[in-house]
Design a protein around this ligand. Structure first.
Ligand code: SAM
Ligand code: SF4
Length: 398
C-alpha cells in the first residue's frame, strides 16, 4: 500500500463531511446515471437501521474528527421518511463533534407531495435544501421525463423558502434546439425565485441512459460546441449580474453561501459516504503513517442492505489512493473552482508543490495561452480555461 508521509496536515485539524445516499426515485429520468432505482415498496424501518449501522462503523474510523456538513443525496432523499433523516442527524450529532454552523443539505424533487414534508425535514434538523427544478418550460420538463410542471416546481421553491434559510435549485440547459433567447427567458424567471445558490448544469449524455440510446439513434441533436459555449457564457453573465457568480463550473452562489459540503470534494477534503454506491475518501493513520483510502459501497440497494445486515457494512472495496492519484484528483477537482487551488494547501496535502506533479512545459504553455493563471498563491483556470477544462487537464497531466 502506498502510504503518504506523516507530514500531511494533522487529521484532527481536518473536518470531515458525511454523505448519505438514498437510492430510490419515483421514476428514472432518461438523462440520469446516478445510482437511483425504482421499487414498488420500501421497508423504511429496515433502511433506517441499516443506514444507522453503517454510520456507526464509520464512527470508529473517524473518532474525534469534527463533522462540518451532512448531505442527503440520491436518488430522491425527499422520499425518505423524516424520522429516518432525524435519526441519522441525531446519531451524527451525538457521535462526532459538530459546530453550530453544521450544514445539513437534503436533495428534493419539487413536487407538491414532497414539499408537504419540508416542515418535517426542517424539524429533523435539515437546514438547506437543493431542489431538482431542471426547467421552467413544461415542454422541456416533458422531454426530460420529469413529472412536475414549471408551476409546481416554483410552488415547491416557495415552500422551501418558507422553511429553510438556505435553499438552492438545479436547472439543466443545452437541450435540443434551445436558443439563447429561450434559455435566457427561463433563467430570468428562475432568478425571480432564486435564493443564495443555484446550479446550472449543461445536459450531458451519459452511457447506459435512455437518452444515450435515443441520441445514438439520432432521435435528437444536442447544441454544437459553439452554441453550447454561448449558452454557457450567457448563463455566467446573467447569474454574475444577478449577484450569483460561479464558484464552480456549474454552481453559483452569493459570496459566502457556497455549498460547504461540495467544497470538501473540490478541495481534496475528507468525507465518508454511507448507503448504496456511496464513495468516501479518508486520510487515516496506520502504523504511524498517514494513508489516503477510498471507500466504495455496494451499488445495488438489496446487496448493500444484505451486507450491512450481515456484517454491519456494505463496503465493496477499500483501496489506497496513491500520492500521484491524490494529487491528480486535487487538480481535477480544484481547477473546477473559479477560485482555483490554494497552492500552499495543495502542498501540505500532497507533500510536494503543484509544479512537481504536473508537466512543467504544459503548465507554462497553458498560462501563456491564457487558459490558466497564477495569482495570490493560487492556480486557477481562466474563464476560457474552464470551458475547456478536460483538454487543459489532459495536457497538464500528460
Ligand atoms: C441526484 S439529482 C437531484 C435530486 C433529485 N433526484 C432530482 O432529480 O430532483 C442531481 C442533479 O444532477 C443533475 N443531472 C443529473 N443528470 C444530469 C445530466 N445527464 N445532465 C445534466 N444534469 C444532470 C440534475 O440537475 C439533478 O437535479
Ligand atoms: S434526476 Fe433525480 S429523480 Fe431523476 S432519476 Fe436521477 S436522481 Fe432520480
Amino acid at each position: 500500500m502506498t502510504a503518504m508521509t506523516a507530514s500531511m496536515e494533522p487529521l484532527a485539524g481536518e473536518p470531515i463531511a458525511i454523505y448519505v445516499h438514498w437510492p430510490f426515485c419515483h421514476s428514472k429520468c432518461p438523462y440520469c446515471d446516478f445510482n437511483s432505482h425504482v421499487r414498488e415498496s420500501i421497508d423504511h424501518a429496515h433502511w433506517r437501521s441499516a443506514l444507522l449501522r453503517e454510520l456507526d462503523h464509520f464512527a470508529e474510523e473517524t473518532a474525534g474528527r469534527r463533522v462540518s456538513s451532512i448531505f442527503f443525496g440520491g436518488g430522491t432523499p425527499s422520499l425518505m421518511q423524516p424520522e429516518t433523516v432525524a435519526a441519522l442527524i441525531e446519531r451524527i450529532r451525538s457521535t462526532w463533534p459538530t459546530g453550530a454552523d453544521l450544514e445539513i443539505t437534503l436533495e428534493a424533487n419539487p413536487t407538491s407531495v414532497e414539499a408537504a414534508r419540508f416542515a418535517a425535514f426542517a424539524d429533523a434538523g435539515v437546514n438547506r435544501v437543493s431542489l431538482g427544478v431542471q426547467s421552467l418550460d413544461d415542454a422541456a420538463l416533458k422531454f426530460l421525463g420529469r413529472h412536475h410542471s414549471a408551476r409546481e416546481a416554483l410552488e415547491a421553491v416557495e415552500i422551501a423558502r418558507r422553511h429553510f434559510r438556505r435553499y438552492s435549485f438545479d436547472m439543466i440547459y443545452g437541450l435540443p434546439d434551445q436558443s439563447i433567447a429561450a434559455w435566457g427567458d427561463e433563467l430570468r424567471s428562475a432568478l425571480r425565485h432564486v435564493g443564495e445558490h443555484v446550479s446550472a448544469y449543461q445536459l450531458t449524455i451519459e452511457p447506459g441512459t435512455v437518452f444515450h440510446a435515443r441520441h445514438r439513434r439520432g432521435a435528437f441533436d444536442l447544441p454544437s460546441d459553439d452554441d453550447a459555449g454561448s449558452l454557457y457564457e450567457e448563463t455566467q453573465r446573467m447569474l454574475r449580474e444577478a449577484g450569483l457568480p460561479a464558484y464552480e463550473i456549474s454552481n453559483h452562489a452569493r459570496p459566502g453561501s457556497e455549498s460547504r459540503h461540495n467544497l470538501t470534494y473540490w478541495t481534496g477534503g475528507d468525507w465518508i459516504g454511507i448507503g448504496p454506491g456511496a464513495h468516501g475518501r479518508l486520510c487515516r493513520s496506520r502504523d504511524g503513517e498517514i494513508e489516503r483510502v477510498e471507500f466504495r459501497q455496494l451499488r445495488k440497494p438489496e446487496q448493500w442492505l444484505a451486507a450491512v445486515e450481515s456484517v454491519g457494512l456494505g463496503t465493496e472495496a477499500i483501496e489506497p489512493v496513491s500520492a500521484q492519484d491524490f494529487a491528480e484528483e486535487m487538480l481535477m477537482m480544484g481547477l473546477r473552482l473559479t477560485a482555483g487551488i490554494d497552492k500552499a494547501r495543495f502542498q501540505r496535502r500532497t507533500n510536494r508543490p503543484i509544479e512537481e506533479w504536473v508537466d512543467a512545459d504544459a503548465l507554462r504553455d497553458l498560462i501563456a495561452w491564457g487558459l490558466l493563471e497564477q495569482t495570490e498563491g493560487r492556480l486557477r483556470a481562466t474563464s476560457s480555461g474552464l470551458q475547456r477544462l478536460n483538454a487543459v487537464l489532459g495536457r497538464l497531466l500528460s
